[in-house]
Design a protein around this ligand. Structure first.
Ligand code: PLP
Length: 455
């Protein structure tokens, strides 16, 4: 194809995009060039102009096995040929096998309810928790506690658990009964300089909140084991253990949002497994469950909680249904995805390479604009500051210039933190778990040279 023709086609695509496609989270900026992806291979994708990029954030932290896994494509296509659709008001083979596999991976007895996304998985968790307490003789338990900086999804319940002011302000008031407390964010903690002590104070605040609200009114605490979308916040191990004890003490369900951290991202199959003796009551999943090949959400619930839904009575079943939730093709993809993660020993690989190759990102702490580098497995957050002493967040220009330099050199990295102005100051690195060692070396070199090439 000649160059003119390619340019015309590109212009027409961009015009159609501008005229018709409503992008997620996108501020409308006239004539802003759009990244239009055309193809992908492994951890890399190519845009319609032929530029190649390493995807250092796995899409939206979901493309854990990278692009183009033929086995997954075949699993979807064979399943679609065999049984193209079937609802889970009845049952089908891939959903049965996947629910059993999830129980095995969680190491306990769980019942899994399928949906289509992380937000829906959390919505199901909230409804299950409220109904469970109701049917367990505690109808007053309806409140949920989450932490500031948390992101739990985009639908109104999940958004109400999300505690980032600007994400919610146009949609508040949210669902009643969602309360927020301090995260275990030792870098900016007001309590103590010692990370573990400050994290434990944050845990005790949950205890105090439950007591002050009245334990009889609190249904659950929802948290990620490591806050991802709120700036990669990694608590000390003691934190989750203590939160779990507090929940048990008050008969409050511990809901682990493993939407990002599940399926190997953190160097364990699930993030909560970094802490011994923690058995969440409910675990929610999406993203890495299918590595992003097809949509699927899952809410795994301890079997003793499920028991309360078996009792007779017209209204005691879970009155929640999703047409596409647990689609046969999505379940087949998830099963194949998990088979590959296990066969390729990806969880251990993430643990090792997350420390060795990606670990070199920790050297960035020497840079005057880096306040903290936080990490677990293939999940890195580089908190950028203007000044290490005052910890004032780095300017948008500075953060934008690092991201821009990486992009110029063929690497996409992300950015988050809090949505309040100025505090969106954490660079995010979360490459596919199957990235090659060369990919990871390239990523580290590109990020480092973006920092050190600044001056
Ligand atoms: N929970 C967490 C921790 C997330 O990061 C996200 C999305 O980024 C969600 C839930 C919502 O998932 P989804 O976008 O699939 O609805």
């Amino acid at each position: 194809m000649n160059v003119m023709k390619v340019k015309e086609e590109m212009d027409s695509l961009v015009k159609k995009d501008t005229d018709h496609l409503w992008h997620a989270m996108h501020r409308h900026v006239e004539n802003q060039p759009t990244m239009v992806a055309e193809s992908g291979e492994g951890a890399w994708f190519t845009d319609v102009n032929g530029n190649r990029y390493l995807d250092g954030v796995s899409g939206l932290w979901c493309l854990n096995l990278g692009h183009g896994r033929q086995e997954i494509i075949d699993a979807a296509s064979e399943q679609m040929k065999q049984l193209s659709y079937f609802p889970l008001t009845l049952s089908h083979v891939p959903a049965i096998n996947l629910s059993a596999k999830i129980s095995q991976l969680l190491g306990g007895s769980y019942k899994t309810f399928f949906s289509n996304s992380g937000s829906e998985a959390n919505e199901a968790a909230f409804k299950i928790a409220r109904q469970y307490h109701d049917q367990n003789g505690n109808p007053g338990k309806y409140k949920f506690i989450s932490r500031y900086r948390a992101y739990h999804g985009t639908t109104l319940g999940a958004l109400s658990a999300t505690a980032q002011a600007n994400r919610r302000m146009k949609y508040d008031p949210g669902v009643p009964g969602f309360l927020h407390t301090t995260p275990p964010y030792s870098y900016r903690s007001l309590f103590d300089q010692d990370a573990e002590k400050s994290d434990l104070i944050a845990a005790e605040m949950i205890d105090q909140m439950i007591t002050w609200e009245g334990a009889d009114s609190v249904a659950g605490v929802i948290m990620e084991p490591f806050i991802s979308g709120g700036g990669v916040i990694i608590p000390s191990k003691a934190y989750l253990k203590r939160v779990s004890e507090i929940c048990k003490k008050h008969d409050v369900l511990l809901i682990m949002d493993e939407v990002v951290s599940g399926f190997g991202r953190t160097g364990k199959m699930f993030g909560f497994m970094h802490t011994e003796d923690v058995e969440p009551d409910i675990v929610t999943m999406a993203k890495g469950l299918t590595s992003g090949y097809l949509p699927l959400g899952a809410t795994a619930v301890k079997s003793d909680i499920y028991e309360k839904f078996k009792e007779t009575g017209d209204h005691n079943h879970f009155r929640h249904v999703s047409t596409y939730g647990g689609h046969p093709a999505s379940c087949a993809v998830a099963l194949k995805n998990i088979e590959i993660i296990e066969r390729e020993n990806l969880v251990n690989r993430v643990d090792e390479l997350g420390n060795s190759i990606l670990g070199k990102l920790k050297e960035l702490i020497e840079h005057e604009n880096v306040g903290e580098v936080r990490s677990v497995g293939f999940l890195y957050g580089i908190e950028m500051v203007e000044d290490k002493q005052t910890k004032k967040p780095a300017s948008d220009e500075l953060i934008g210039s690092i991201i821009g330099k990486c992009k110029e050199n063929g690497l996409i990295i992300g950015r988050n933190g809090d949505t309040i102005p100025g505090y969106n100051n954490v660079l995010i690195v979360a490459p596919p778990l199957s990235s090659t060692e060369d990919d990871l070396e390239f990523l580290v070199d590109t990020v480092k040279s973006a920092f050190y090439g600044l001056k």
